[in-house]
Design a protein around this ligand. Sequence first.
Ligand code: LLP
Length: 426
Amino acid sequence: MHHFDYINGALHAEHVPIAKIVAAVGTPVYVYSTATLVRHAQVFQAAFAQANPARTIMVCFAMKANSNRAVLATLAAQGIGADVVSEGEIRKALLAGIPAQQIVFSGVGKTDDELKFAVDAGIYQINVESEGELHRLAKIAAHMGKTMPIVLRVNPDVGAGGHEKITTGRDDNKFGVGFTEAKRLYTDAAQLPGVKIQGLAVHIGSQIFDLDPLAEAFTKLRGLAQELRDAGLPITHLDLGGGLGVPYEFDQTHPPEPAEYAQMVERVFAGFDVQLAFEPGRMIVGNAGVLITQVVDVKHRPNRRFIVVDAGMNDLMRPAMYEAFHHIQPVVQPVDGATLSAADVVGPVCESSDVFATDRMLPEAIEGDVYAILTAGAYGASMASSYNQRRLAPEVLVNGDEFATVRPRQSWDDLLGCDDMAAWQK
Ligand code: LLP
């Protein structure tokens, strides 16, 4: 559910007309809805409170999905922490007011500097991905006179997700360690100074519509956790990752409700006393954001109509990268019975993959028309680049009838001043 609806024929974000934001900030612009963020945060937490009130859970928003400080602060106010994958994300989470003790650090390839930074910041937990990382971290933390709480990320060899490029849990993916290696590493970790091993982590993919692979991965995880417990090793924490899908196509079958997900989790872990952590990303922010763009040009070719907009693949990479579908609708509601015809909605970037939609049924378009690209809150702005020397788009947060620019459009100085010439060229 989201809060982007037509009111009297004009698309609004909550109570703010999109046209008002466009007049103030221009296009392209990302617009986020506070009410949607809050609702998703609450629905997720309530699902678990209902499925098992006795279980302590920790929800760490996967901030790679959206790393805007105002978005993070909105979630922090709902008691949500952060799942981070770099020093930059730790810094941003802290800046947004997320307590260090609500930050977990996942990800392949953490550098020594990043590990040091995380230990020093006193974050809650590091999700260790390999034997090498385990030993590097133990040495670093011991050297700093600290003991870092860790879990070991395992690869359950269960793949899932909306696209080949976002599946992470299969044996041939780079993430985590296999189960056999996990048993040996867990035993080793329990002996190492500098780390306190407290459990396991798993994350099998993203944009998941089917609970079965998740249940299969969690069941395998419980089995391994039980084996380790039986061997006398401590298991107090399990991190179940993220992955729940969101509907991009409105006529598509719907993803599982958080309540069904929570019930499945509680079925799998019934009678297993452990603290559970979750790292939802897309499910929290996907529907909470739209990308607003303006028509720059309309071109006709035999059998083809191109609507050229001022947002490009550098602003929203998902269609080019994953063939992702995003619903597109005019900000001025088409009149009933308006003639629709097929159009390709394309950006200005010099790549043939800079296409937001192909053969999409849309009304007549003219220069200056404004469109909303929906479900752009997750992996939109956070994956943007300045390819083609395009400035990063601004971000606006709406709350009821007010809005604020929470990231200004990148300035030309910021874009152009970040490189330099060699001394001998000047
Ligand atoms: N935890 C870990 C360790 C992850 O790698 C991810 C996502 C998440 C949590 C959050 O997953 P979510 O709940 O958002 O599905 N750029 C792609 C998605 C990449 C997901 C990467 N990892 C896209 O635009 O579809």
